[in-house]
Design a protein around this ligand. Structure first.
Ligand code: SF4
Length: 306
């Protein structure tokens, strides 16, 4: 048995940024500390903070007046910030700077009074946050090609689009192409909203698919980018599975396999991958592990004052 670890996987700069903000706030102010929504979509990370006195809330009215609250990496709509001010909460914004960039595009396109098409997964926290920065009279949210067919927007006028940062690179390209055909004056962001971490992790899974006969993705069920990694492997024709913990993997799946590809979502700590590799090695003792140099090592976002 051989294991190949994806070249780019695990924590991205935005996730490290958000987690470090919570770490520093805990260090400086102690518990209890409130966080609006899961700081990142990973069970291990969230439970670890919960054990140290972090209280995750989905409603700011659950935060006592005057307390400190941190907004998650996925970003929040403006009404959440207004409510925090009204309740005199001391808030720290841990929104990934690459999500904030999309918020700025939403504001810019709204000021231009263009109809704005937001591509993303309805109900995902990032999409809820970004949608809040678009003038509601201009907003249409789409997830797939059928949604584009249903759009009732003047095709002769300029129409803008923005996207969630963690979508499938290939599927988003198809959707934008279809939008371009329907709306010849389509305007997009100067650089793709899909972030570098999404691009690199999906590319790395495609590379694994060339080498491996099964792919395992470490990631929580509510993690958008982790689910896209599993889909990427599957679309390359390789059986691909997503697991939240090493114990979740059914080792029988590996019995007739020789090359196992392993990757992890942008919110997944390295320990999850190490535990998975250890579990496979304890069942298949001669397993060799192959690693590649990670090109992302130097990407870091500076922390705000806390
Ligand atoms: S996946 Fe991309 S947008 Fe999301 S936190 Fe990481 S760097 Fe930021």
């Amino acid at each position: 048995m051989e294991i190949y670890l994806a070249k780019t996987q695990g924590f991205c700069a935005g996730v490290s940024f958000a987690i470090n903000i919570v770490e520093q706030a805990l260090h400086k102010y102690g518990a209890p500390l409130y966080v609006y929504h899961e700081i990142v979509h990973n069970t291990y990370v969230v439970n670890g903070f919960r054990d140290r006195g972090v209280i995750f809330v989905e409603d700011l009215t659950d935060v006592p007046e005057g307390e400190r609250v941190i907004f998650s990496a996925h970003g929040v709509p403006p009404f959440v910030i207004q409510m925090a001010r009204q309740r005199k909460l001391r808030y720290v914004d841990a929104t990934c700077p690459l999500v904030t960039k999309v918020h700025h595009e939403a504001i810019k396109f709204s000021r231009g009074h263009h109809p704005i098409i937001l591509i993303g997964h309805k109900g995902h926290q990032e999409l809820i946050g970004t949608a809040g920065y678009v003038d509601p009279r201009l907003l249409s949210i789409i997830e797939n090609e059928d949604d584009i067919d249903r759009l009732d927007i003047d095709p002769t006028a300029p129409v803008a689009y923005i996207t969630q940062t963690t979508l499938s690179i290939d599927e988003t390209a198809i959707l934008i192409e279809k939008l371009r055909k329907k709306f010849p004056h389509l305007i997009g962001p100067p650089r793709s909203d899909l972030c570098y971490a999404t691009q690199n992790r999906q590319d790395a899974v495609k590379e694994l698919a060339q080498l491996c006969d099964i792919i395992i993705i470490c990631g929580s069920p509510n993690s958008s980018n982790s689910n896209r990694l599993r889909e990427t492997g599957k679309k390359q024709g390789v059986p691909s599975y997503i697991i939240d913990t090493a114990q979740e993997l059914d080792l029988e799946l590996l019995c007739d396999k020789h090359k196992v590809g392993i990757s992890s979502g942008a919110s997944v700590p390295r320990i999850m991958v190490d535990q998975l590799v250890g579990r496979i090695q304890s069942r298949f003792p001669d397993t060799q592990v192959h690693t590649f140099e990670n090109p992302e090592r130097n990407i870091i976002f500076a922390l705000p004052a806390i």
